[in-house]
Design a protein around this ligand. Structure first.
Ligand SMILES: [Ca+2]
Ligand SMILES: [Ca+2]
Length: 181
């Protein structure tokens, strides 16, 4: 894996929302500054599976099976700063909105996650749906979707199968996704 720079972090990741998200969960305090795999998957509402293990390993640069908040930020910024991150978000949205009504329903989200997640329970889908539906109106608009991914860039990996299938000739975001998944 390439050496990652610790600075500069993207301002969106380094400030405010991602941080408060972690703080709200109270994990960093509890774990004395680092997060184990169990807590990591709980925070991102992912069940323990091959994908979440790979995401964790991707962030755990030190390979000590714990991630520090700094590692989390660096990993997130690394994904967010990929030139094709925005394009990957758009592809993931349009591929997930199968009836093309410009919103992702809970059912559409479940179908969309299947290639990457395999079996996924309705509870897990519901948890992720609520995470993406930032304005809690019961449907995921494109703005909800992009906002959530900018706060939690690692979640783009959930849609890796769509992005990789669509954009075979690109690198950057997709190369990174392939690295992660
Ligand atoms: Ca739809
Ligand atoms: Ca919404």
């Amino acid at each position: 894996m390439e050496e990652r720079e610790l600075a500069p972090l993207d301002s969106n990741v380094n400030s405010g929302k991602t941080k408060s998200y972690f703080w709200v969960c109270g994990i960093e305090k509890k774990q004395g500054g680092s997060v184990n795999f169990h807590d990591f998957s709980r925070v991102l509402r992912l069940k323990p599976c091959g994908l979440s293990v790979k995401m964790f390993e991707f962030i755990d640069v030190c390979k000590n099976r714990k991630i520090t908040f700094k590692e989390f930020l660096v990993g997130s910024a690394h994904v967010l700063n990929q030139p094709l991150f925005r394009r990957a978000c758009e592809i993931a949205f349009y591929e997930s909105d199968t009836d093309q009504d410009h919103y992702i329903s809970e059912q559409e989200l479940g179908v969309s996650l299947m290639p990457t997640m395999g079996s996924i329970s309705t509870d897990e889908i519901h948890g992720l749906f609520n995470l993406f539906d930032g304005d809690a109106d019961g449907r995921i608009s494109k703005a909800d979707f992009v906002t959530c991914l900018r706060k939690n860039p690692l979640l783009i990996a959930l849609f890796a199968s769509h992005v990789i299938n669509k954009d075979l000739n690109t690198n950057g975001a997709v190369g990174l996704l392939e690295e992660m998944v």
